[in-house]
Design a protein around this ligand. Structure first.
Ligand code: NAI
Length: 401
């Protein structure tokens, strides 16, 4: 089992290699993002692949590398991988959706202070040689109210940090959430908007959150308040925001995410928000820190270890999630199969024919595949696994211990 060979691409943080080698796996590194042709050439020697956002894993790459056990996206997004093809080949994809939570929260805190003190504008003037020493419109954040929209991983971290600076925190979430510290939940978005000096958005991109902040919502905000968006670009209607800023109803905003973003650092960034006063624009860097890269390396390497060594698919984005504790004195078979009627009967028939006892069995399915983890008490475990794999509907079967 420890002879798995893993290929890590695109300068994945060194901590991942360290962890995986510590587990006894062999790890090779490539610093660039290989093309489809290069991937097709190099992948046959590996059982696991780690990549970041630039390597595309196409249907062809998956189809020609069905021996891969697992793929890890050492980042947040997984659009670069053909998830459906991977699923049908029995390959789970892991990512690290929350490793940069704290980094985003810290940026938001910095932006609140920067907006209140007009740091962006004053900095630009000072660089130009202009001395603009004035207290007008500059305020402390202490005692002000922060309204958090979306009280999930990031929103709740912002809440804790903001309270530590003496701010009052209110939040609105579509789900019932436990308030941290002294934060208070508000029943509607409008209620929150009407009482907040700062509004910070932390919702996911969904049909319901598309343009959830438009002209009507901006008018519902307090005059002289600020908007921060480090969630997704589609959540804010940018033309309406520009109008509201021009009318001086809002005193400024900080925007990290945009409806259309350049695909690389080489492309030009264009936005109607450019060159407006007290408007902070950042290139989607909320989660981009050294610490987040380190945390991502740990999180995905740990998912590799758990899947390769004990079969846990918990956290996989394209695959039924199964997490069973390790049971002493048993052997574990993992089976991925096409989710069709009768397949479970066939698997259990093989096990009972061998006179083996199932100590624990866990099945999770989606519309296409089923993932079954079985702890059995039998010396014939490999024979049983081979027979299960020979079933027409089995995609992949292996014994992990
Ligand atoms: P999360 O899933 O932990 O939290 C989202 C919260 O929003 C949940 O509590 C959910 O119930 C709530 N929600 C969903 N729809 C809502 C609605 N219509 N109104 C009010 N609340 C709603 O997500 P997490 O990790 O906190 O991420 C939040 C956002 O931050 C996401 O859009 C994510 O893509 C973005 N993000 C941005 C980064 C950056 O670099 N700027 C980095 C990481 C995440």
């Amino acid at each position: 089992m420890n002879s798995f060979k893993i290929l890590l691409l695109e300068n994945i943080h060194a901590v991942a290699k360290e962890i995986l080698e510590g587990e006894g796996f062999k790890v090779d590194l490539l610093s660039h993002a290989p093309s489809e042709a290069e991937l097709l050439k190099i992948l046959p020697g590996y059982q696991a692949l780690g990549l970041r956002s630039k390597t595309e894993v196409t249907e062809k790459v998956i189809k020609e590398n069905q021996h891969l056990f697992v793929i890890g996206a050492f980042c947040i997004g997984t659009n670069q991988i053909n998830l459906g093809a991977a699923k049908e080949a029995g390959i789970p994809i892991f990512n690290a959706p929350h490793s940069n939570t704290r980094s985003v929260a810290e940026l938001v805190i910095a932006e609140m202070i920067a907006l209140s003190r007009q740091l962006g504008d004053r900095n630009t003037l000072a660089h130009r040689g202009e001395w603009m020493k004035s207290a007008e419109g500059a305020r402390e954040v202490r005692g002000k109210t922060l309204g958090i929209v979306g009280y999930g991983h990031i929103g709740s971290q912002v809440s804790v940090l903001a309270e530590a600076m003496g701010m009052k925190v209110v939040f609105f979430d579509v789900l019932k959430k436990l308030p941290l510290g002294n934060a208070q939940s508000r029943g509607t978005l409008e209620e929150l908007l009407g009482i907040s000096d700062f509004v910070s958005l932390h919702v996911p991109e969904t049909p319901q959150t598309k343009d959830m902040m438009g002209a009507r919502q901006f008018q519902a905000m307090k005059k002289g308040s600020y908007l921060i968006n480090a969630s997704r670009g589609t959540v804010v209607c940018i033309p309406d925001l520009v109008e509201t800023l021009k009318s001086k109803h809002l005193a400024g905003c900080a925007i990290d995410v945009f409806p259309e973003e350049p695909a690389s650092n080489k492309e030009k960034f264009v936005s109607p928000l450019q060159n407006m006063s007290n408007v902070l624009l950042t290139p989607h860097i909320g989660g981009s820190t050294e610490e987040a890269q380190h945390a991502i390396g740990i999180e995905v390497a740990e998912s590799f270890r758990r899947y390769l060594k004990i079969g846990s698919s918990s956290g996989a984005v394209n695959f039924p999630n199964v997490d069973l504790p390790v049971k002493r004195g048993t052997s574990r078979i993992l089976n991925v199969h096409r989710n069709e009627p009768g397949v479970l009967g066939e698997i259990n028939g093989i096990i009972s024919k061998q006179g083996a006892n199932i100590e624990a069995q866990y099945l999770s399915t989606d519309e296409k595949i089923g993932y079954m983890v079985m702890d059995i008490n039998s010396a014939q475990v490999q024979t049983i696994a081979d027979q299960i794999q020979s079933l027409g509907r089995s995609i992949r079967t292996r014994v992990v211990f």
